[in-house]
Design a binder for this molecule. Structure first.
Ligand code: HEC
Length: 180
């Protein structure tokens, strides 16, 4: 009886080692990127502990879709109920002193996790596509150094700063819609 008890215990230990071993095999390749699949927006990477925090995107439109459109909508029209402003007339801000830097300083942009170059790219993309009808003729593109400068002067009160810009626009005979 005693050997009969010992044998299954030994066997189950061996079985356990075999099972653990079979799981450990693939784990030795854990540093590899799994599910690195091309999609229309970029390469899809399956989440893992050391995954990059930014989804790799291979076009500026993809940056917009992945990091902005969830709140701003694909067409930039925003959402009145969520108080997300319509960006289709965004170029109006470029005509008002302080408006150019405001476009970079808003929390959705500064806190997007995108780097300076990507923020310049996505902001230029928004202005030249969604808001193209509203940009002034002498407009020049944003670049990474301008984004880096904007990071050094964070907005303390977004709503108050925006209200000042709306007022300045009115003083110049321009129209910027109130926050929805
Ligand atoms: C989590 C939702 C959210 C995300 C994501 C987001 N935004 Fe916004 N955005 C807002 C809201 C809300 C406002 C209104 C100002 C505020 O309350 O911050 C705003 C304001 C803005 C403004 C100023 C427009 C105006 O009329 O005042 C710009 C420009 C802007 N966002 C660009 C972007 C870009 C570019 C991205 C992507 C990199 C982005 N946002 C991502 C929610 C978001």
């Amino acid at each position: 009886m005693r050997t009969g008890v010992r044998r299954p215990a030994f066997l189950s230990a061996a079985f356990a080692f075999a099972v653990v071993g079979s799981f450990m095999g693939p784990a030795t390749h854990a540093h590899e990127v799994h599910g690195n699949t091309a999609t229309t927006l970029g390469r899809q990477v399956v989440q893992r502990a050391n995954a990059p925090s930014i989804s790799p995107a291979h076009s500026t439109r993809a940056l917009y879709v992945l990091h902005c459109a969830g709140c701003h909508s694909l067409d930039g029209s925003g959402s009145a109920s969520a108080r997300v402003p319509d960006m289709r007339q965004l170029g109006q801000f470029l005509r008002v002193p302080g408006g150019r830097e405001f476009l970079l300083q808003v929390p959705g942009v500064m806190g997007s996790g995108l780097n300076d170059e990507q923020i310049a790219q996505v902001t230029n993309w928004v202005l030249s596509s969604i808001a193209s009808a509203s940009i002034p003729s002498q407009h020049r593109d944003f670049d990474a150094s301008e984004v880096s400068q904007a990071r050094r002067t964070p907005l303390v009160d977004v709503a108050a700063t925006r209200a000042v810009l709306v007022q300045r626009a009115q003083g110049l005979g321009l129209h910027i819609a109130q926050t929805p």
